[in-house]
Design a protein around this ligand. Structure first.
Ligand code: ACO
Length: 335
């Protein structure tokens, strides 16, 4: 049976760096608070008009060049984002056009921080069923244009960064135990209001309600940070054990954990709970903040560039929890 392998990766962030000290100038926060509570020292925010599809196209070009593929060589595109360029059509269609494509099928997914994991599982299903053999999976976010940059929104705003990352996935016929070994995915919409942006809302008679000021808090993301933190620390080990069982491997066989970069403390607590050496957990949240659907592929790209992982046989655990709530884990072995 075909196995889903990663041929290449790519990433792109906008050029404008926003440090914690820059944020101190616009809201009541401090570099010390942000670093201690999250591990973040800077993030990238767009400073000229630019959508998730623009960032995604740049990341995709890098991944395609590294794979030696032309855009037309891809037979399926998956684009994961919670911050689409416009309400519709999806950013995947917009990105494909920017890559010069006019007929390649595209699927947009809205799975927030687990977008990459859901995208990987979807690509794997397309590859194993024979519907596709070369899949471009992209995660891209422009959070900064939708954040409340006053003190009222500081708990959320300091965390999020803009960016995109891409992977080229290819189905390879082999009997070896390689490629995507297992995925465990979950969702529980009962906790949707613990992390959401409420407006604009199609469920209302007027999507943009009249008489509501544009700085109404419902236009900005709200998050019950402590509740999400506790949920993550409880669910990430559980879903990891589920994925390990599905893959029929032990935790000792994992060479590197590439977790969603939501908060460094969440990933440290996960490592302690799983009794993992700190060197086995990859972090780059300090440079990028939480880039949501882009975060895991962006971390994977850097982990490969730093030669922390990527040799044949190297085994990686991807794990994430985020808005939805959605959570999941995937285990991937390099070919
Ligand atoms: N600067 C300074 N002070 C702040 C800031 C800030 N940016 N934000 C909040 N505070 C204050 C609060 O007002 C509070 O003050 P008080 O004690 O006077 O009331 C105090 O700091 C503590 O606030 P907490 O919310 O309890 O702080 P906590 O230690 O929980 O850290 C954080 C907050 C960083 C948001 C944390 O809860 C977290 O990371 N949660 C999980 C986030 C996450 O994983 N999200 C999911 C992924 S994102 C996605 O899916 C899209």
């Amino acid at each position: 049976m075909k196995k889903t392998t990663i041929r290449s990766t790519g990433m792109f962030v906008p050029p404008n760096v926003v440090t914690n000290h820059d944020l101190e100038k616009i809201m009541d926060t401090s570099d010390e608070w942000i670093r201690q509570r999250t591990g973040i020292t800077q993030r990238y925010w767009i400073n000229e008009e630019c959508g998730a599809s623009d960032l995604g196209a740049e990341a995709a070009k890098m991944a395609l060049a590294d794979a030696g593929w032309k855009p037309e060589d891809v037979d399926f595109i998956i684009f994961a984002t919670l911050s689409p360029d416009i309400m519709f059509p999806g950013s995947g269609c917009l990105m494909a056009a920017k890559l010069g494509l006019d007929k390649t099928p595209v699927l947009d997914i809205r799975q927030q921080c687990t977008g990459f994991l859901y995208g990987l599982a979807t690509a794997d299903a397309y590859i194993k069923s024979g519907l596709a053999s070369r899949v471009l999976l992209v995660g891209g976010e422009v959070h900064s244009s939708g954040l409340d940059k006053s003190t009222r929104g500081r708990d959320v705003t300091v965390i999020f960064g803009d960016g995109a990352a891409a992977v080229c996935l290819e189905g390879i016929e082999t009997d070896k135990k390689v490629g995507l070994l297992a995925s465990a995915l979950h969702a529980d919409g009962n906790h949707a209001d613990s992390l959401m942006t409420e407006l604009p809302a199609s469920r209302l008679l007027q999507r943009l309600p009249s008489g509501v000021a544009t700085d109404d808090p419902r236009y900005y993301p709200v998050m019950d940070g402590p509740a999400i933190f506790k949920k993550a620390v409880r669910m990430l080990p559980k879903v990891t054990n589920e994925a390990l069982k599905k893959a029929d491997i032990s935790l000792d066989e994992i060479d590197l954990v590439v977790p969603h970069q939501a908060n460094k403390r969440i990933n440290q607590a996960f490592g302690q709970f799983m009794k993992l050496d700190e060197s086995k957990i990859f972090h780059n949240i300090e440079k990028y903040g939480n880039t949501t659907a882009a975060s895991i592929p962006l971390a994977l790209h850097e982990a490969i560039a730093q030669e922390r992982v990527g040799r044949p046989g190297d085994t990686v655990l991807f794990v994430a929890l985020g808005a939805g709530l959605t959570w999941g884990a995937s285990i991937f072995r390099f070919f």
